[in-house]
Design a protein around this ligand. Structure first.
Ligand SMILES: Cc1cc2nc3c(=O)[nH]c(=O)nc-3n(C[C@H](O)[C@H](O)[C@H](O)COP(=O)(O)O)c2cc1C
Length: 400
């Protein structure tokens, strides 16, 4: 993406350098525009050095009034795939909400047709002021995205709301807001399971597997970026992705209950979790003591979440399963597809430690028609995007 990063005059301006760096590392082209007040907090030299692109705005050599055959504010407005203002002062929110354009950044904001995202930061009293809140509401009514500030200690010594959101969350919001939406997924509700489940033997011991949940979390991000409203039922410890409603669960039974509560309101299910197949028949409430001689652990089956949800599906709902197989991949996956009534299975070869925890992975999609060309090897985030593209194309080809 080609991103204009507008930086206005607040103490949090120093964090825009970290954001610029992160966006560049993610493969985006970033051009910064400083307001005059912004340039009192951070220098164009820092931003140019980090982005490898010119820094515009409060720099006499690169300002909008420089004799220039191109009209700078229009060129920049056209160049941008997205304009993000981080941090956004009360002043710039007020100007943009009311169509004022008296410097380069506010003029670009008015001229651009690209999506706009705001990450405000200010003193709590300013943030809570009805004038600022009304301006934020107005900007949202233009289709702009706002990453609300969080709570914490502010530079002014107060504690409360107004603190710039985390840089990583702002970067994710930029990704979401700037990604093209897919017709078959935009506004649709997608339920995704991810991660391992854990079946406790006693308060300190548990039965689980080597899944990290990374693939399911990346799928949640990819469906979210394509426009879906994603609910993620997540086992394991990994962080929840921004902009995805996440429910944390421990056991297979909890995962089933969380999914059943949401299934009727969903358009589709992606069952990426590695659910434990067995659990101890009699888990102990107290920590089990060491015994003498051999010990036997009696296991019973956990509920089959995918089969239960698939059995309860309406004809307008779709179901994607995963199969982690170490041998006879396609035969096992085809049996799973048929037995559980799935629309497609993504087959993951986990032989020799492949798949779980690996950086790059390959998935082979399988439908009732047979195997499709493998997707990958790709990093898990790229793989998730490719899977979403593949599935969206199939949804779009379906008769209504
Ligand atoms: C030390 C200092 C810190 C400031 N911090 C903020 C801030 O965090 N948020 C804010 O909205 N304004 C803050 N201001 C006020 C803005 O800098 C001022 O409203 C300025 O006109 C904003 O211009 P701009 O929106 O063009 O960057 C601060 C001012 C000073 C002197």
């Amino acid at each position: 993406m080609q991103i204009i990063l507008g930086i206005t005059g607040g103490v949090a301006a120093y964090k825009s350098a970290e954001l610029a760096r992160l966006l560049v590392n993610q493969g985006h082209l970033v051009r910064c525009i400083l307001t005059e007040a912004g340039a009192r907090f951070i220098t164009p030299l820092t931003l140019t050095s980090l982005t490898g692109e010119p820094c515009y705005g409060a720099n006499p050599d690169q300002g909008e009034w420089r004799a220039n055959p191109s009209i700078e504010h229009i060129e920049l407005a056209r160049w941008a795939d997205l304009v993000a203002v981080v941090p956004a002062t009360a002043n710039i929110l007020g100007k943009a909400a009311n169509g004022l354009a008296n410097d380069l950044l506010s003029t670009v904001l008015l001229a651009t047709r690209a999506p706009v995202l705001w990450a405000p930061a200010m003193n709590t009293g300013m943030w809570e002021h009805p004038a600022v809140q009304a301006n934020v509401t107005r900007l949202k009514s233009f289709g702009h995205a706002v990453v609300d500030p969080g709570e914490g200690f502010l530079a002014c010594g107060e504690e409360g709301s107004g603190k710039l959101a985390e840089v990583a969350s702002i970067a994710e919001a930029i990704q979401v807001h700037g990604s093209p939406k897919l017709r078959s997924l935009n506004g649709r509700r997608v339920l995704i399971t991810a991660g391992p489940t854990r079946e406790d033997l006693d308060p300190v011991r548990t039965l689980t597997n080597r899944s990290t949940g990374r693939m399911g979390v990346e799928l949640a991000r990819a469906f979210r970026d394509a426009g879906a409203r994603v609910e993620l039922v997540l086992g394991g410890e990994g962080p929840a992705p921004w902009g995805v409603e996440t429910v944390r669960v421990h056991s297979a039974q909890q995962m089933l209950e969380a999914c059943l509560a949401r299934w009727a309101d969903s358009d589709g299910l992606v069952a990426a979790a590695a659910v434990a197949d067995q659990k101890p028949e009699c888990p102990s409430i107290e920590k089990a003591k060491k015994g003498d001689g051999p010990e036997t652990l009696v296991l019973v089956r956990t509920p089959d979440i995918l089969a239960q949800l698939s059995a309860a599906r309406r004809s307008d709902q779709w179901v994607l399963g995963f199969a982690a197989e170490s041998e006879n991949h396609l035969d096992h996956a085809m049996a799973k597809l048929k037995n559980k009534g799935l629309d497609a299975v993504l087959v993951n070869d986990v032989q020799d430690g492949k798949g779980f925890g690996a950086q790059a992975n390959t998935l082979t999609p399988l439908t009732a028609q047979g195997a499709h060309p493998p997707i990958g090897p790709l990093s898990k985030d790229q793989l998730a995007r490719a899977v979403v593209q593949w599935w969206a194309q199939r949804l779009e080809a379906r008769p209504d």
